[in-house]
Design a protein around this ligand. Structure first.
Ligand code: KOT
Length: 797
């Protein structure tokens, strides 16, 4: 859009005056932020209304992305960038004596997700708008997001995330689109004239679902899509007692703080049904404004189930088609399967959602009847061809449980994993029986990230430098980054890359100083691991690497200086993960205060990792630790963000690391560890003994002993627990098995760092190869292969 600086300044000043009856310089930064957001809202409001109007007129196929988590990050800078007015606005702000960074920091970062799954959902929203696809988000407006993390005495302490204390400036409440969601009660089935059954509900608990819509502004496309988040309220005019009110409010009060785990509690089930039912009802209501015949729904609507949390969308759509639209079972089923698709995000057994049938039946009696009928027909249809055994393994109802992943596969026309390896492993493990029955449904869609946020916004130094070599075309089409390869021998460019990285490291060093009171030298290698704390991600392996360096330095060996940067939250109930947090902080205390090592080795564990902190850490990273046990990390996405800003990956052959290596070239990644096949064989044949390694390898022995021998002060209990996991429970995630090869790979990076230009050349290879991991391409593939929706702005070269 064409906006001049002076026009912006005038409109900003007008809005500030209208909102607060004061001049800008009298306002707090928070008020200035609010006035700025109102100004920006006016710039996209018309485009938003026009986009919705166009969708209604053209009846272009709509994608509805159902996700129990969305982690969009702060939206101000992103909206400015995507509207094409970021430079103009920043210039205007400076003219007014205001610092854009200070104003951006006023915005609360909506922590409506735990990690990768929620962040991916938000990236997809940004990308769908940016490639011109009609993508709609459907989720929950949690009043409290993921807890804020502090460290007290090295332990994680969780504080409530009251992100709505200051108003969210982007959402608009759509009271006129509210719907009623019904729980519990009894269902009676009465035959209709036409032979179908009418469901009559008695004594239900009714909750009002009110939508809040947030604009998803496309990158200079004029498209503004909608992310719709639902909030639970009492139904107006009904009398509720206090307990009932509290039960209703609880539905959207708080995000479950678990990642790659299933929180199988009744409140979680209520949350899931809440946003699924509200979403499906609003889709059908909207659809019926334009069409009479629901059987054509799949031509106009695709509904995507992001992991199993919204899998009951299959049941809810069936309920509406059967009970309200009076369709036959056969037709309703055909419409449902053609509409739904499902992504699996993890192989972790503990994350596979299943509900006790009794709990499900009492909270959602009609949905349970439908699940029973799906199960009955499934068994009937396939038992002859596949036999009792396979059908039992694949059916949704078994052992008193309703298995949501199986329901999702049976009720969808397409199923995908999130990286090539993960999609293959799915077919061989958890979904094996269903793969035998429905092989044609299974595909892969490797995850992606948005370079707009992680490079353009978070790393302007790099972005500008890239422009000087290949022009700004990569900003619209990230595949154009491959052209950077031409400059791998351009020493001036490599030197400039090093300088840009150095600038970012200075900023992060400053943040570490302010947050932790810790001084780190920007000339050190910044070695970064940022992700949820989970045993399978093996932060412990990283800690063991630090302890090895500590021993070597104590021993008088010389090492290139390194700063180990961690960001990680642990689920509040995850004992082991919390023990590792305490251990990292204790090791940080030990090394940071030891003058014999602390010029060469530092550990900085920054609390409260999230999107905003990621924006500050990622551009400053030299090394990206992606060290999960092969076969456990579905994809990973921090691996992609870190490569895009020129970090070199230290990795196992797991998740998307494999595809990253294939793209960037074998030598551009430091690979180590067992392969997924080797891990599988060792587990199957019981050939791994952690105890034997401990007995045979003196270094491993020494480091494992350090956990309990008092070398690391303050971890008596945690050190013992971790040691037991390694030696008594045989090291479920093969930390000791991979330790030696991890060290060797890490030392290769030390070596490489001695030749800065060689390092910069590999960093460049990573940046140049990162374009293929743009979420823009991921959603375009989903569109082509799964949703049958084409982008209107193809980004291919
Ligand atoms: C959480 C609860 C239940 C089931 C799955 C999850 C889950 C999986 N949460 N996050 N993930 C991650 O999703 C990312 C996006 O696909 C992946 O990159 C990452 O490997 C998963 O761990």
């Amino acid at each position: 859009m064409a906006l001049t600086t002076s026009q912006f300044v005038r409109e900003f000043e007008d809005n500030a005056l209208a909102l607060f009856a004061d001049e800008l310089d009298q306002l707090s930064p928070q008020q200035q932020y609010q006035a700025l957001a109102v100004t920006v809202k006016r710039y996209y409001a018309k485009q938003w209304a026009d986009t919705k109007d166009r969708y209604d007129r053209t009846q272009e196929k709509q994608v509805y992305y159902f996700s129990i988590e969305f982690l969009p990050g702060r939206l101000l800078a992103s909206n400015l960038l995507n509207l094409g007015i970021k430079d103009t606005v920043e210039k205007g702000l400076r003219k007014l004596g205001l610092d854009p960074a200070v104003i951006y920091a006023q915005e609360a970062d909506p922590g409506l997700g735990n990690g990768g799954l929620g962040r991916l959902a938000a990236a997809f929203m940004d990308s769908m708008a940016s490639v011109g696809m009609a993508g709609n988000g459907n989720g929950i407006r949690y009043q409290y997001g993921l807890f804020q993390q502090r460290f007290v005495d090295g332990y994680q302490v969780e504080l409530p995330d009251d992100w709505l204390r200051d108003p969210d400036m982007w959402e608009t409440r759509k009271e006129n689109r509210a719907v009623i969601v019904k729980y519990g009660g009894q269902v009676a089935l009465r035959p209709r004239q036409n032979g179908s059954l009418q469901a009559i509900y008695h004594d239900t608990d009714d909750v009002l679902a009110v939508p809040y819509d947030t604009p998803m502004v496309g990158y200079q496309t004029g498209v503004v899509n909608t992310m719709r988040l639902w909030s639970a309220e009492t139904v107006p005019g009904r009398v509720h007692d206090l307990a009932e009110k509290a039960r209703i409010n609880a539905i959207t009060q708080i995000l479950y703080p678990d990642d790659s785990d299933s929180a199988g509690r009744e409140l979680r089930l209520r949350q899931e049904y809440f946003f699924v039912s509200a979403g499906i009802q609003s889709i059908v209501t909207h659809f019926k404004r334009f069409h009479r015949d629901l059987s054509v729904l799949p031509h106009f609507v695709a509904i995507h189930i992001n992991d199993t949390h919204p899998a009951m969308a299959v049941l809810e759509l069936m309920r509406i088609l059967l009970d309200e639209e009076e369709m036959s079972w056969e037709q309703a089923w055909q419409v449902t399967v053609a509409t739904m698709s499902y992504t699996n995000h993890t192989l972790m057994a503990e994350a596979l959602e299943s509900w006790p049938q009794a709990m499900f039946a009492s909270l959602l009696p009609r949905l349970f009847q439908i699940a029973q009928e799906i199960d009955r027909r499934f068994r009937l249809t396939y038992v002859r061809r596949y036999g009792e055994l396979i059908v039992n393994q694949a059916a949704p109802l078994a052992d008193g449980q309703l298995r949501m992943a199986f329901l999702a596969v049976i009720g969808s026309h397409a199923v995908n994993g999130v990286a090539k390896l993960h999609s293959e492993l799915l077919k061989q493990s958890v979904l094996k029986a269903l793969y035998q029955i429905f092989p044609e449904r299974f595909t892969n869609e490797t995850n992606g990230i948005t370079q707009r946020r992680w490079v353009q916004i978070a790393d302007p130094a790099l972005a500008t430098l890239i422009d000087t070599k290949i022009g700004p075309g990569w900003r619209r089409n990230p595949l154009a980054l491959t052209r950077l390869r031409e400059f791998e021998d351009d020493e001036q460019f490599l030197t400039d890359l090093i300088a840009a990285k150095q600038q970012n490291k200075l900023k992060l060093a400053d943040l570490i100083q302010r947050q932790l009171g810790l001084t780190v030298a920007p000339a050190s290698l910044f070695d970064v691991q940022i992700k949820r704390l989970h045993a399978y991600k093996r932060q412990l392996l990283h800690v063991f690497g630090i302890l090895e360096a500590y021993l070597a330095l104590k021993n008088g060996e010389d090492r290139p200086p390194r700063v180990h940067v961690f960001g990680a939250k642990a689920a509040p109930s995850y004992r082991y993960a919390k023990a590792v947090i305490k251990l990292i902080n204790a090791v940080a205390d030990l090394v940071n205060h030891d003058p014999a090592v602390n010029t060469k080795l530092k550990v900085a564990f920054l609390p409260n990792y999230g999107v905003s902190l990621g924006e500050q850490i990622i551009p400053a990273a030299d090394i990206s630790e992606q060290i999960s046990l092969a076969g456990t990390e579905a994809s990973g996405t921090s691996n992609m963000k870190l490569m895009a800003t020129g970090a070199i990956t230290l990795a196992t052959l797991d998740g998307a690391n494999i595809e990253i290596r294939d793209a960037a070239g074998k030598d551009s990644m430091a690979v180590f560890g067992l392969t997924a096949a080797q891990v599988e064989a060792a587990q199957r044949d019981h050939t791994y003994s952690a105890r034997a390694l401990y007995d045979q390898d003196p270094l491993i022995h020494r480091i494992v002993d350090m956990l309990t021998d008092g070398t690391i002060p303050g971890v008596a209990t945690e050190g013992r627990e971790i040691q037991d996991e390694l030696l008594e429970y045989n090291d479920n995630y093969f930390v000791l098995a991979d330790f030696r090869s991890y060290l060797a790979a890490s030392r290769r990076l030390d070596q490489l760092s001695q030749t800065p230009l060689a390092w910069a050349r590999l960093a460049l290879a990573n940046i140049a190869a990162s374009g293929q991991f743009a979420a823009d391409f991921t959603v375009a593939r989903y569109g082509r292969e799964i949703w049958q929706v084409l982008p209107s702005q193809p980004a291919d070269e």
